[in-house]
Design a protein around this ligand. Sequence first.
Ligand code: GTP
Length: 212
Amino acid sequence: MANVSTNSRYDYLFKVLLCGDSGVGKTSMLYRQVSDKMNDAYTATIGVDFKLTTLEMKGHKIKLQIWDTAGQERFKALTAQYYRRAQGILLVYDITNEQSFENTTNWLRMIQENSTSDLKLMLIGNKIDNEQKRKVTTHQGQQLAKDYGLNFIETSALSSENISEAFTTLTESILIHMQGKYKEMVRSQVSLNKLGLNDSSTKPKQTSLCAC
Ligand code: GTP
């Protein structure tokens, strides 16, 4: 998969969200993915912000609307409102900050309470360039991801290691899920037709694969 121009036409629009404690590197991951640059100066995100990027995957152009949410406690009620509109979430902790890892279970609870069951979630351990200060082992991350049935990857926004892989993996799982739902919809439509149970009032006027 490759990044392509953001103003080109696209086949799908997916909304994904970055969440996790303040300072774990969410804005830096977004900046790295969209601009391939490092966000050196730390300025806490106020509320939410988003950027667009376009990816090519399995012959489709996918526009990603990536929402960067503030990690600070005072914004939690505001940012939780955005979970429902997302098809995917990257839940980020800092591998050099144990508290940020422990807090992921609180984030997961808040996500579960404020999102739809269609959501695809991925756990991210960021800052792996800072190995000498590591406090959370890869195994701990893997275990937590396994317990909650999430994909997991460790990244560095500083060195760019695994950043595009994180966005690619999440996007791919959303795409597979959307395509599966579409096939299921077509199958049930065919079954209704065969049974003669379908009439014009139950037929969808237009079928769209866009997760807008
Ligand atoms: P909030 O906006 O407060 O929620 O923080 P955030 O999660 O968006 O963190 P941000 O991206 O602003 O990064 C916080 C600090 O960590 C900054 O000083 C970044 O330069 C630094 N940082 C981010 N990612 C990495 C990384 O992969 N490695 C290292 N060494 N530092 C990083």
